[in-house]
Design a protein around this ligand. Structure first.
Ligand code: B12
Length: 437
């Protein structure tokens, strides 16, 4: 009888206000199955952001998730399962991070969010050292921000760090929080494409989490609340006529802010409709894992109140075939610019490149002909967003100087995709420019 009533209710009531509409359920399920497929086939190490996406979906492949968690723990416990003291006095045979290395604030934060989303929860002692390491990295980032005017990693990773500590109910020093509040007030969150939405959203999630913490005083709570309000207003302002907030890839993070603050009204509904129309644009596991949360009406904050109930182990992976190429060729102009200090010359390469229609920019880089006596050379580094271009014509971008190889169109606009996802059309020009961010 109760079951019948529950089924009837599900059939009559609309989906919860912060979820995809019921008629999109199949599309959302297929999307989660594609993420599962990517997570299973990727030859890379397990990634904490992907694990969070898998855990916060409505359906699961529980044994795969278990294996994935094991891989994650092998990697992270090896690096952060020991005290900071042990890291500065290493013993033989132990893999470890030393205290001088670049902070891994973002990945460690996502790892801790993942552990908190695990059912049944893992042994709490496994979280002790990673939490201490995250606090240490956040302090390093904070000190870096006082010195350089920005965190050593990025405000995105800094926000993830604050958020993860908050979700674990760990205290964050007020000065560390204030740094983020000041950055929010002074609008310091721009990404290379001029889109600040991703970082603003993660910072607002951190503020929304902190605001609810018991140890936060009334004055700071009011400041945090005001920052969340301001961010929401800016997200609504950033909403385009087609409903996207920023671009397709920042929209799910913006939606998380509405979900976390229970304000799933007009802007959220329009964003959800737009996101559902753009699901095919998502090809990398990292961006898909972010989108799965929003599609299921969840946010990183949902992890704080997650209850372990029986979970549906009904998800089966979808593996997509690579896009067919050709039969015709496209010809694209490839330009390499090097306008920063230390470049041998401004223009490092300018040539037409031919490849089968549908080829990615990465395929084009591989097909680029020599110029003069010099071969075209480049290097990439694998990430869960896809291959990240690190070096072109022997010029490596130096992360410490905040240099990176930016991808632009002929009109100078920054592309919204990486080298493996962007597929230039016949007659296009693509510029690779060594830029500062
Ligand atoms: C910060 C950031 C950057 C910084 C990273 C440097 C740093 N030290 O933090 C810089 C400015 C270098 C950057 C560059 C680019 N970015 Co960016 N970036 C982000 C942002 C805001 C956060 C990434 C992060 O820290 N993740 C968390 C950490 C823990 O994960 P991680 O795997 O360690 O992240 C590292 C790499 O993945 C890499 N990375 C950053 N961006 C990109 C983009 C691509 C395509 C790849 C393969 C790798 C990569 O840098 C991260 C930090 O080390 C995301 C927003 C988001 N929604 O995820 C956009 C985002 C990932 N970037 C994006 C884009 C488009 C780019 C560029 C292609 C822009 C361009 N036209 O040049 C370039 C990459 C070009 C290249 N050389 O291959 C898109 C990707 C969309 C997609 N289809 O996958 C996002 C989602 C923003 C958006 N809403 O459009 N980015």
């Amino acid at each position: 009888m109760w079951l019948l009533l529950a089924l009837l209710q599900a059939a009559v009531l609309p989906a919860r206000p912060c979820e995809a509409p019921a008629e999109a359920a199949l599309a959302v399920r297929a999307f989660a199955a594609r993420l599962l497929g990517l997570a299973m086939e990727s030859g890379q190490d397990a990634d904490p952001g992907i694990y969070v996406g898998l855990r916060l979906g409505n359906e699961h492949d529980l044994s795969m998730e278990q294996r994935y968690l094991q891989n994650l723990q092998d990697t992270f416990q090896g690096l952060y399962g020991r005290s900071l003291h042990a890291a500065s006095h290493p013993s033989h045979g132990h893999q470890h991070r030393d205290t001088d290395s670049v902070p891994e604030t973002g990945r460690l934060a996502l790892y801790l969010l993942g552990l908190r989303a695990t059912c049944p929860p893992p042994d709490p002692t496994t979280q002790r050292f990673p939490v201490t390491w995250l606090k240490y990295y956040l302090e390093k980032d904070w000190a870096g921000s006082r010195h350089h005017g920005h965190p050593l990693t990025s405000y995105y990773q800094y926000s993830l760090g604050v958020l993860a500590l908050c979700v674990h109910h760990k205290r964050v020093r007020e000065e560390v929080i204030q740094r983020l509040l000041v950055a929010e007030q002074h609008r310091r969150f721009r990404h290379v494409d001029g889109n600040a939405v991703d970082t603003e959203a993660v910072a607002a999630l951190a503020f929304a989490c902190l605001e609810k913490e018991k140890h936060i005083g009334a004055r700071l709570a009011a400041e945090l609340q005001a920052a969340v309000h301001r961010t929401k207003a800016r997200l609504v302002e950033a909403q385009r006529a087609d409903g996207l907030i920023g671009n397709a890839f920042s929209t799910p993070l913006a939606m998380q802010v509405f979900i976390a603050t229970n304000t799933c009204r007009t802007a959220y509904g329009r964003a959800m409709a737009a996101l559902l129309r753009h699901l095919d644009s998502f090809t990398s596991a990292a961006t898909m894992a972010q989108a799965v949360l929003a599609l299921n009406g969840r946010s990183y904050l949902s992890i704080a109140s997650m209850q372990c109930q029986e979970e549906l182990g009904t998800l089966t992976p979808i593996f997509l075939e690579p896009m067919p190429l050709g039969p015709h060729n496209v010809t694209v102009r490839l330009v390499v610019e090097c306008p920063v200090l230390g470049c041998p010359q401004q223009l490092l390469y300018d040539s037409l490149v031919s490849a089968p229609a549908g080829a990615s920019l990465l395929d084009l880089l591989r097909a680029a002909p020599p110029q003069g006596s010099k071969n075209f050379t480049f290097e990439t580094q694998d990430t869960t967003y896809g291959p990240f271009l690190t070096s072109v014509q022997g010029m490596a971008a130096r992360p410490k100087e905040r240099h990176y190889w930016q991808l632009l169109s002929r009109l100078g606009t920054s592309l919204h995709m990486g080298v493996a996802d962007y597929r230039p059309k016949d007659g296009n020009t693509v510029i690779l420019r060594l830029s500062e961010w």
